[in-house]
Ligand binder design. Structure first.
Ligand code: SF4
Ligand code: SF4
Length: 204
């Protein structure tokens, strides 16, 4: 190849690339939808009446290869019930500085309490804000749900929840005061508003 052809050959690569389809994503202005089964932020699910599916068994934490989950279980009582059975997850945290979004925790969960959403914007300015708490991970309230803690549907037991026999909160169900957190009815009303605003922020 002559001295004249060398630089022209180099520009040939550039010239060809000018006519190819552009692959640049205009993120964050344009957000490309993920695949339906994309592994994103986790969610702690609820039964159809609003009680929590998590039983605080810690199997997800034991299955996690990155040691990203911290769970503390506690006993339900008739005065303060978060899930239909004996135990519930009192403390639940996922550290997104460690999580590799592998989904092994979801596989380990015996109650389908833990699933993953398609949300992938998991960046922030502080380390603390990337440790998601139970309040941040808990699913929002859908129609027919009442926020936990509250009593199970009258005339049913824990097994009925897993058989799908409870489809909504019983008429007259109201959220109980969370005694273990030292809450009063006014604290709880304020907490409900805060939780709804947070969920609206996630869905926006
Ligand atoms: S997705 Fe994987 S790394 Fe993340 S919390 Fe679950 S098991 Fe751990
Ligand atoms: S999310 Fe599932 S595996 Fe983890 S503590 Fe709750 S019930 Fe157990």
């Amino acid at each position: 190849m002559s001295d004249f052809q060398n630089p022209v050959a180099g520009f040939g690569v550039t010239f060809k690339a000018m006519f190819k389809k552009r692959l640049t994503e205009q993120y964050p202005e344009v957000k490309k939808p993920t695949a339906p089964r994309f592994h994103g932020r986790h969610q702690l699910n609820r039964h159809p009446d609003g009680l929590e599916k998590c039983i605080g068994c810690e199997l997800c934490a034991w299955a996690c290869p990155a040691d990203a989950i911290y769970v503390e279980g506690a006993d339900n009582t008739d005065e303060e019930r978060y899930s239909p059975g004996e135990r519930y997850g009192r403390v639940y945290q996922i550290n997104y500085l460690r999580c590799i979004l592998c989904g092994l925790c979801v596989e380990a969960c015996p109650t389908r309490a833990l699933t993953m959403t398609n949300e992938y914007e998991l960046a922030d300015r502080t380390r603390e804000s990337l440790i998601y708490t139970k309040e941040e991970l808990l699913a929002g309230l859908e129609d027919g749900m009442v926020d936990s803690p509250h009593a199970i549907y009258p005339g049913t037991d824990e097994q009925d929840y897993y058989r799908g026999l409870v489809t909504e909160a019983a008429p007259g169900t109201t959220q109980q005061v969370a005694v273990s957190k030292g809450e009063t009815p006014s604290d709880q009303a304020a907490g409900n508003e805060e939780s709804q605003e947070r969920q609206q922020g996630v869905q926006a």
